[in-house]
Design a protein around this ligand. Structure first.
Ligand SMILES: Nc1nc2c([nH]c(=O)n2[C@H]2C[C@H](O)[C@@H](COP(=O)(O)OP(=O)(O)OP(=O)(O)O)O2)c(=O)[nH]1
Length: 136
Protein backbone atom coordinates (compact mmCIF):
# COMPACT_ATOMS: atom_id res chain seq x y z
CA UNK A 1 0.00 0.00 0.00
CA UNK A 2 1.26 3.49 -0.83
CA UNK A 3 2.16 5.62 2.17
CA UNK A 4 0.53 9.03 2.25
CA UNK A 5 0.47 9.68 -1.52
CA UNK A 6 -2.28 12.25 -1.39
CA UNK A 7 -1.03 15.12 0.75
CA UNK A 8 0.48 18.37 -0.42
CA UNK A 9 2.76 20.50 1.77
CA UNK A 10 2.22 24.26 1.43
CA UNK A 11 3.96 27.18 3.15
CA UNK A 12 2.56 30.67 3.62
CA UNK A 13 3.81 33.93 5.11
CA UNK A 14 2.12 36.44 7.43
CA UNK A 15 3.71 39.84 6.69
CA UNK A 16 2.62 42.61 9.06
CA UNK A 17 3.14 46.28 8.28
CA UNK A 18 3.96 48.90 10.96
CA UNK A 19 0.27 49.93 11.02
CA UNK A 20 -0.67 46.37 12.09
CA UNK A 21 -2.17 45.30 8.74
CA UNK A 22 -1.31 41.98 7.09
CA UNK A 23 -0.62 41.35 3.42
CA UNK A 24 -3.06 39.06 1.60
CA UNK A 25 -3.27 38.28 -2.08
CA UNK A 26 -6.13 37.23 -4.26
CA UNK A 27 -5.86 33.84 -5.94
CA UNK A 28 -6.11 33.77 -9.74
CA UNK A 29 -9.67 32.88 -10.80
CA UNK A 30 -8.68 29.73 -12.71
CA UNK A 31 -6.92 28.10 -9.71
CA UNK A 32 -8.29 26.00 -6.81
CA UNK A 33 -10.00 28.53 -4.48
CA UNK A 34 -9.84 31.07 -7.33
CA UNK A 35 -10.79 34.65 -6.36
CA UNK A 36 -10.31 34.06 -2.62
CA UNK A 37 -7.82 36.02 -0.51
CA UNK A 38 -4.88 34.09 0.96
CA UNK A 39 -1.48 34.47 2.53
CA UNK A 40 1.27 34.55 -0.10
CA UNK A 41 3.13 31.25 -0.48
CA UNK A 42 2.88 27.97 -2.34
CA UNK A 43 3.85 24.33 -2.54
CA UNK A 44 7.12 23.01 -1.14
CA UNK A 45 9.16 21.58 -4.03
CA UNK A 46 11.01 18.27 -3.91
CA UNK A 47 14.15 18.55 -1.79
CA UNK A 48 13.28 21.99 -0.43
CA UNK A 49 12.96 22.88 3.26
CA UNK A 50 9.74 24.67 4.26
CA UNK A 51 11.64 27.88 5.06
CA UNK A 52 13.54 27.89 1.77
CA UNK A 53 10.30 27.22 -0.09
CA UNK A 54 8.69 30.25 1.55
CA UNK A 55 11.71 32.47 0.85
CA UNK A 56 11.50 31.42 -2.83
CA UNK A 57 7.72 31.84 -3.11
CA UNK A 58 7.69 35.30 -1.51
CA UNK A 59 10.48 36.41 -3.82
CA UNK A 60 8.65 35.05 -6.90
CA UNK A 61 5.24 36.42 -5.89
CA UNK A 62 6.15 39.74 -4.24
CA UNK A 63 9.81 40.39 -5.23
CA UNK A 64 10.83 40.69 -1.55
CA UNK A 65 14.03 39.18 -0.14
CA UNK A 66 13.85 37.32 3.17
CA UNK A 67 16.43 35.67 5.43
CA UNK A 68 15.12 32.21 6.43
CA UNK A 69 16.03 33.09 10.02
CA UNK A 70 13.41 35.85 9.92
CA UNK A 71 10.59 33.29 9.61
CA UNK A 72 8.89 32.27 12.86
CA UNK A 73 6.53 29.28 12.95
CA UNK A 74 3.03 30.62 13.63
CA UNK A 75 0.37 27.95 12.97
CA UNK A 76 -0.57 25.03 10.78
CA UNK A 77 -3.84 23.82 9.36
CA UNK A 78 -4.96 20.85 7.30
CA UNK A 79 -7.64 20.10 4.73
CA UNK A 80 -8.65 16.49 4.07
CA UNK A 81 -8.39 15.05 0.53
CA UNK A 82 -11.71 15.42 -1.30
CA UNK A 83 -13.10 14.94 -4.79
CA UNK A 84 -9.83 13.53 -6.11
CA UNK A 85 -7.94 16.57 -4.80
CA UNK A 86 -5.01 15.90 -2.48
CA UNK A 87 -5.13 16.91 1.17
CA UNK A 88 -3.25 20.06 2.15
CA UNK A 89 -1.04 20.73 5.14
CA UNK A 90 -0.27 24.42 5.31
CA UNK A 91 2.43 25.88 7.53
CA UNK A 92 2.08 29.58 8.33
CA UNK A 93 5.20 31.54 9.30
CA UNK A 94 5.31 35.09 10.60
CA UNK A 95 7.78 37.07 8.50
CA UNK A 96 9.50 39.32 11.00
CA UNK A 97 11.62 41.22 8.45
CA UNK A 98 11.95 41.53 4.68
CA UNK A 99 13.87 43.63 2.19
CA UNK A 100 12.13 45.42 -0.64
CA UNK A 101 8.62 46.72 -1.20
CA UNK A 102 6.07 43.94 -1.90
CA UNK A 103 4.82 44.19 -5.50
CA UNK A 104 2.11 41.91 -6.92
CA UNK A 105 2.82 39.74 -9.96
CA UNK A 106 1.15 40.85 -13.20
CA UNK A 107 -2.54 39.94 -12.98
CA UNK A 108 -2.40 39.41 -9.23
CA UNK A 109 -3.89 41.66 -6.56
CA UNK A 110 -2.51 42.32 -3.08
CA UNK A 111 -3.94 44.26 -0.16
CA UNK A 112 -3.17 45.07 3.48
CA UNK A 113 -5.91 44.20 5.98
CA UNK A 114 -6.51 44.42 9.70
CA UNK A 115 -7.36 41.04 11.25
CA UNK A 116 -11.07 41.82 11.78
CA UNK A 117 -11.32 42.95 8.17
CA UNK A 118 -9.37 39.89 6.94
CA UNK A 119 -11.74 37.61 8.85
CA UNK A 120 -14.67 39.04 6.84
CA UNK A 121 -13.02 38.51 3.42
CA UNK A 122 -13.74 35.52 1.19
CA UNK A 123 -10.95 33.20 2.38
CA UNK A 124 -10.12 29.53 1.70
CA UNK A 125 -11.37 27.45 4.67
CA UNK A 126 -7.85 26.91 6.02
CA UNK A 127 -7.13 30.61 6.04
CA UNK A 128 -9.99 31.32 8.44
CA UNK A 129 -8.12 29.29 11.06
CA UNK A 130 -4.78 30.84 10.12
CA UNK A 131 -6.13 34.41 10.39
CA UNK A 132 -7.63 33.58 13.76
CA UNK A 133 -4.29 32.19 14.98
CA UNK A 134 -2.87 35.68 14.46
CA UNK A 135 -5.51 37.17 16.76
CA UNK A 136 -4.45 35.00 19.72
N1 LIG B 1 -0.33 29.98 -1.12
C1 LIG B 1 -1.39 29.66 -0.38
N2 LIG B 1 -2.09 28.53 -0.68
C2 LIG B 1 -3.15 28.25 0.08
C3 LIG B 1 -3.55 29.06 1.18
N3 LIG B 1 -4.65 28.51 1.76
C4 LIG B 1 -4.96 27.40 1.07
O1 LIG B 1 -5.90 26.64 1.29
N4 LIG B 1 -4.03 27.23 0.04
C5 LIG B 1 -4.05 26.12 -0.89
C6 LIG B 1 -4.43 26.53 -2.29
C7 LIG B 1 -3.69 25.52 -3.14
O2 LIG B 1 -4.48 24.33 -3.22
C8 LIG B 1 -2.43 25.22 -2.33
C9 LIG B 1 -1.24 26.06 -2.72
O3 LIG B 1 -1.10 26.06 -4.06
P1 LIG B 1 -0.49 27.28 -4.89
O4 LIG B 1 -1.19 27.28 -6.19
O5 LIG B 1 -0.50 28.56 -4.11
O6 LIG B 1 1.00 26.82 -4.97
P2 LIG B 1 2.08 27.15 -6.08
O7 LIG B 1 2.20 28.65 -6.19
O8 LIG B 1 3.29 26.35 -5.72
O9 LIG B 1 1.31 26.58 -7.35
P3 LIG B 1 1.66 26.39 -8.85
O10 LIG B 1 0.82 27.41 -9.54
O11 LIG B 1 3.14 26.57 -9.02
O12 LIG B 1 1.16 24.98 -9.09
O13 LIG B 1 -2.75 25.54 -0.98
C10 LIG B 1 -2.80 30.22 1.49
O14 LIG B 1 -3.08 31.00 2.44
N5 LIG B 1 -1.72 30.47 0.68
Amino acid sequence: MEKNPTWMAVVAGAMQRDDGRFLLQRRPLEKHHGGLWEFPGGKIEVGESPRNALVRELNEELTVTIDPQDLVAQAFAEEMPAGGRPGIVILLYTVIAWQGFPVAEPGAEIGWFGLAEADRLALPPLDKALVRSLCE
